[in-house]
Design a protein around this ligand. Structure first.
Ligand SMILES: Nc1nc2c(ncn2[C@@H]2O[C@H](COP(=O)(O)OP(=O)(O)OP(=O)(O)O)[C@@H](O)[C@H]2O)c(=O)[nH]1
Ligand SMILES: [Mg+2]
Ligand SMILES: [Zn+2]
Length: 356
């Protein structure tokens, strides 16, 4: 195996020129489980931990590594374990805003090429939630694909309705209906996976993400967390893990997400709702809120049946969230600057030493 088989390409090689120490080598984070890591390079996978120094210095600036990250490591005791010293810049990312008022983000995964946003036809299907996932994916500069699973549990008309709903909400995103029971759609999913590319599966618990990966994986062993003693085989995934499939594709399995929380978004929103944006360009007023203004091209499209009211409503709702986010960001920057001035005044009496 080469590093390129793990997704390492020219872009990452450029980033790796910045490795801080000559004895550091490059590896990819393949699993994270409550502060414990696994990293993998061309020679195999080893357990790893962050150095105390990383936690003190780098963690504040870059955050801690997440699954998919490329890191600078030192391999120890004949590769029985490793220490993580440096995080290389991320090309793409999946993150959500931490609960609470600040602007901290939780990194979910990094350096993903394709995200399969997965919903089950049965019970789980919710197009508004789908839009939120798509915004998160676009924001992180990742290519989205929508997977509708468990198609064996619904009739053909119901499935066609759902597909139509998805196409209306996300016209430029490929949608693949699949069933892990009948095998329908699995070949199409396989065609979307390319060797050396990293994909991940996102979606609620129980929609069939891990089952799908097992079908695709060939011989790659997949740890599926706890299996109940009754052996009826409910594998609730408890950690994020990157597996290499027989075909050389890289897939990250994730635990189901209970909720997405606030999105703290900008670009992703405009991309997912590009249809609304295009219409809005023709509204009479530049700051049209698309509620009841005269000459509103968005409302006109709804009247004509070209745009769904619900789609517009979720756009407006998400935009409000992101406006809130921008506001709290500005507010926070202001407070940070004031705090900075205050500490400088206290810590730097005369000719104070620059600590950077
Ligand atoms: N009918 C039907 N059941 C399925 C299908 N795919 C998975 N299941 C079942 O759904 C249950 C959950 O599947 P998992 O693959 O564990 O779901 P998951 O998305 O990985 O769930 P978490 O790990 O909790 O996020 C299991 O009992 C599967 O056997 C499908 O296509 N059709
Ligand atoms: Mg799972
Ligand atoms: Zn308007």
């Amino acid at each position: 195996m080469e590093l390129s088989d793990l997704g390492f390409d020219h872009w990452f090689a450029d980033q790796a020129r910045e490795l801080r120490a000559p004895d550091l080598s490059v590896a990819r984070v393949t699993a994270v489980d409550r502060g414990r890591y696994f990293v993998r390079d061309e020679h195999g996978e080893v357990p790893a931990e962050l150095t105390g120094r990383y936690l003190h210095e780098a963690a504040a600036a870059d955050g801690v590594p997440c699954v998919g990250d490329w890191v600078g490591v030192r391999l120890l005791d004949e590769r029985s374990h490793a220490t993580i010293h440096q995080l290389l810049p991320r090309r793409t990312f999946l993150r959500r805003k931490s609960p609470g008022r600040g602007v901290e983000f939780q990194m979910i995964a990094a350096n993903i090429d394709v995200a399969f946003v997965t919903q089950a036809c049965h019970f789980d299907f919710n197009v508004r939630r789908l839009e939120r996932y798509l915004v998160m994916v676009r924001e992180g500069r990742i290519r989205p694909v929508v997977l509708l699973t468990k198609t064996d549990l619904v009739g053909p008309e119901a499935l066609e309705d759902m597909l139509e709903t998805v196409r209306r909400a996300a016209s430029d995103v490929p949608v693949v209906p699949v069933s892990n029971v009948t095998g329908a759609g699995l070949d199409e999913v396989r065609r979307l996976l390319r060797p050396g590319e990293t994909c991940c599966l996102l979606g609620s618990s129980g929609v069939g993400k891990t089952t799908l990966i097992s079908h695709l994986s060939g011989s790659a062993a997949l740890e599926t967390g706890s299996v109940s003693h009754t052996g009826e085989g409910r594998h609730t995934t408890t950690r994020r893990q990157l597996v290499v499939l027989d075909g050389g594709q890289l897939l990250i399995d994730m635990p189901g997400m209970r909720e997405l929380g606030m999105l703290g978004v900008g670009e992703g929103l405009e991309e997912v709702f590009a249809d609304v944006g295009e219409l809005a360009a023709n509204c009479r007023f530049a700051d049209c809120s698309h509620v009841r203004e005269p000459g509103c091209a968005v409302r006109a499209a709804i009247e004509r049946g070209d745009l769904s009211e619900e789609h517009l409503q979720s756009y407006l709702k998400l935009r409000k969230e992101s406006a809130y986010h921008d506001l709290s960001y500005v507010e926070r920057r202001r407070r940070d600057r004031e705090f900075g001035r205050m500490t400088r005044a206290v810590l730097k009496p005369k000719g104070g030493r620059d600590t950077r």
